[in-house]
Design a protein around this ligand. Structure first.
Ligand code: CAA
Ligand code: NAD
Length: 295
């Protein structure tokens, strides 16, 4: 089992920036690769804000925060995967985009480098298949916000070798997270159960069952979850929710996995949740205020 010393994270959005942060916090030299200089700078700035917040909240010391930032580099050059022990992808939830990215990375990375996808629901095997290292390809499914959520699902595709699974489990321990082992079925364990619940909450709101605030208060105070389902949809990103719903519906053909039409209309309107400032809540005010969405 090989120790992971250098990691490249491809995609530095909500998940990639968090994954890069936790790798660097664990002492790993980390490079986060984005599509252009503007997005690379945004990823770097998001990581800096998150590390500073972690220091303010006492999650890590000021010295560890500074050392973490020192270990992270933002880049726009896929060639930076060379010399890495592990490449983790966290780009958009679209199979064609992920496959195109892996084809390029496979040609640039050393033959011994392990590949991992942070996909929410796409088959790991479909990504592994476009590389020449399907045995060294695994799913590592993180949860948002990555610095705060302790879990990583390790997903074994039918081609993943035992040695790769063992290294993935050891890596999850190395970065201070807890692993569970899942089969390569759409949504793995957590999203198989979580996605229909989030869809039901959106459909209940669209059907006029209750207000945004009352649906979320119902679930936080009535069932003890830390965040209501509509706030959680906003935190995940409504564009990502739509991609995940499409993947899971295509796989199961069951209505509960189909993206509710209201999510499509909100995405079309540019209301992506927290990341765009508007979703089921308005994030331009503190604390964020629930909205009423008509039509
Ligand atoms: N460095 C920087 N920031 C850190 C940190 C660290 N080491 N450790 C924690 N934080 C940050 C967190 O990012 C979080 O920031 P926000 O307030 O901006 O969200 C905050 O500190 C957490 O602080 P606390 O530990 O005090 O936690 P809290 O009581 O405020 O709870 C929460 C916040 C953890 C987000 C909680 O509300 C929660 O657990 N919500 C549910 C989240 C959830 O369900 N996530 C899964 C989404 S689904 C998914 O990810 C899968 C998919 O494929 C779609
Ligand atoms: P996001 O939209 O916040 O970030 C995606 C980033 O990838 C963007 O910054 C984009 O510029 C970049 N990107 C796109 N194509 C690229 C390429 N070819 N090379 C380099 N960078 C590229 O999305 P996200 O929420 O971080 O989700 C990323 C992945 O993680 C998706 O597969 C998603 O399903 C999965 N995921 C999301 C969550 C969540 O809660 N949002 C949780 C677990 C897993």
């Amino acid at each position: 089992m090989s120790e992971i010393r250098r990691v490249a994270v491809v995609g530095g959005g909500l998940m990639g920036s968090g994954i890069a942060q936790v790798c660097a916090q664990a002492g790993i030299e980390t490079c986060v690769i984005e599509v252009d200089a503007g997005r690379a700078a945004r990823a770097q700035a998001a990581i800096e804000r998150s590390v500073h917040k972690g220091v303010e909240r006492g999650k890590l010391s000021a010295a560890d925060g500074a050392a973490t930032l020192h270990r992270i580099r933002a880049s726009t050059d896929l060639g930076d995967v060379a010399g890495c022990d592990l490449v983790i992808e966290a780009i958009v939830e679209q199979l064609e985009a992920k496959q195109a990215m892996w084809r390029a990375v496979d040609a640039l990375a050393a033959p011994t480098t392990l590949f991992a996808t942070n996909t929410s629901a796409l088959p790991v095997a479909d990504q592994a298949a476009v590389t020449a290292r399907a045995d060294r390809f695994v799913g590592l499914h993180f949860f948002s916000p990555v610095p705060a959520m302790p879990l990583v699902e390790v997903v074994r595709a039918i081609t993943t070798s035992e040695a790769t699974v063992a290294t993935a489990l050891a890596f999850v321990r190395q970065i201070g997270k807890v692993s569970i082992l899942a089969k390569d079925t759409p949504g793995f364990i957590v999203n198989l159960l979580l996605v229909p619940y989030l869809h039901d909450a959106v459909r209940a709101y669209a059907q006029g069952v209750a207000s945004v605030a009352d649906i979320d208060t119902g679930m936080t105070l009535g069932t003890g979850v830390p965040m209501g389902p509509l706030a959680l949809c906003d935190a995940v990103g409504l564009d990502t929710m739509a991609h995940v719903g499409r993947v899971m519906f295509d796989a199961f053909h069951e209505a509960r996995y189909a993206t509710p039409p209201l999510i499509h209309r909100m995405v079309a309107s540019g209301w992506l949740g927290r990341k765009s400032g508007l979703g089921f809540y308005d994030y331009s005010v503190a604390p964020p205020q629930p909205r009423e969405i008509r039509g």
